[in-house]
Design a protein. Structure first.
Length: 145
């Protein structure tokens, strides 16, 4: 069970994030999660949205270079050690975490994180066997997530 993440290359300059979010606002595209990593010349903006195809098409029409990547959206118990419980499972199963970022939840007892791992299927199997809840694209976007 994966969700679709859009990775967008943005120029590392003042106002580039404003320009990007303006495109989303003008097209009524709402983000559910966002991560930004930078180098001296450019950034990689990663977002989760309701309709990844529509958003990617809109961004490409606006001149952005982007791609869609399957990632895991994982419910993390919201208590000290909750993240450790999940990453320990991945490590014990020899699953490399390439990157991760958190996003907002509407549930007080849970936190949510996106994981890009080396092997989605292996990670899904390991996490599911250990009763870690993975969110589907629909769940991620619903009011209950």
């Amino acid at each position: 069970m994966t969700v679709k993440q859009i990775s967008v290359f943005v120029e590392n300059r003042p106002g580039s994030l404003a320009d990007f979010t303006k495109v989303l606002a003008e097209h009524n595209l709402d983000m559910r999660a966002l991560s930004l990593a930078e180098t001296p010349d450019f950034g990689i903006l990663r977002i989760i949205v309701e309709d990844s195809y529509e958003t990617a098409t809109t961004l490409k029409d606006a001149g952005y270079v982007c791609s869609i990547t399957p990632v895991l959206a994982v419910e993390i118990p919201d208590h000290p050690g909750g993240l450790y419980e999940v990453v320990k499972i991945l490590g014990e199963n020899q699953i490399n975490i390439e990157y991760t970022y958190a996003f907002n939840s509407r549930k007080a007892e849970a936190a949510y994180m996106v994981f890009r791992v080396g092997d989605n299927e292996k990670a899904i199997e390991a996490l599911s066997k250990n009763n870690v809840r993975l969110l589907s694209q629909d769940e991620l976007l619903s009011a209950n997530a």
